[in-house]
Design a protein around this ligand. Structure first.
Ligand code: NI
Length: 168
């Protein structure tokens, strides 16, 4: 199990659409282990494979008291209402902002690490996390959901932080 480096915006790899997981083998299990370790060490609640530069439709999530979930080839259906959410992303570190497009209840269908299909319903933050990770799989980021004004403002703060980090 090893922590992998996280790809940061504006790296173009984050904008590529991932391809389906087809092989449920030892190497997929090793990848999932690395993703779980990376998510925990980065103190995230979700991580998509694209965020470590692997373009597979795969994500891991651990939100609150809910179980650790492995989502291969996930799909979801919106059941709830839009909510305001204070949202951030390990690929856009250091900033957060309020999105208004996440719904508070979804039904999810995905394959587990062995390729078995399963379903669950997610609420609140976990529902938002499903939507956030599925966006990553299709090359989208939460900043795409912000109003133009908010997006400009948050990216300005982000660029400033990155410059400061480089200046060290
Ligand atoms: Ni993210």
């Amino acid at each position: 199990m090893s922590r992998r480096p996280v790809v940061h915006h504006p790296d173009p790899r984050l904008r590529q659409v991932s391809r389906p997981v087809e092989q449920f083998d030892e190497s997929l299990r090793a990848l999932v282990d690395d993703m779980v370790k990376t998510m925990h060490e980065e103190e995230g609640i979700g991580l998509a494979a694209v965020q470590i530069g692997v373009h597979l439709r795969l994500a891991v999530m651990k939100v609150g008291d809910n179980p650790l979930r492995v989502l291969a080839n996930p799909e979801y259906e919106k059941l709830g209402q839009p909510m305001d959410l204070d949202e951030g992303c390990l690929s856009v570190p250091g900033v957060r902002d309020t999105t208004k497009t996440r719904v508070d209840h979804v039904r999810v269908r995905a394959q587990d690490v062995n390729g078995e299909w399963y379903e669950f319903e997610a609420h609140g933050l976990e529902a938002a996390c499903v939507q956030h990770e599925c966006d990553h799989i299709d090359g989208r980021l939460y900043i795409d959901h912000l109003s133009e004004l908010r997006r400009k403002r948050v990216l300005k703060r982000y660029q400033k932080l990155r410059k400061e980090a480089v200046a060290g």
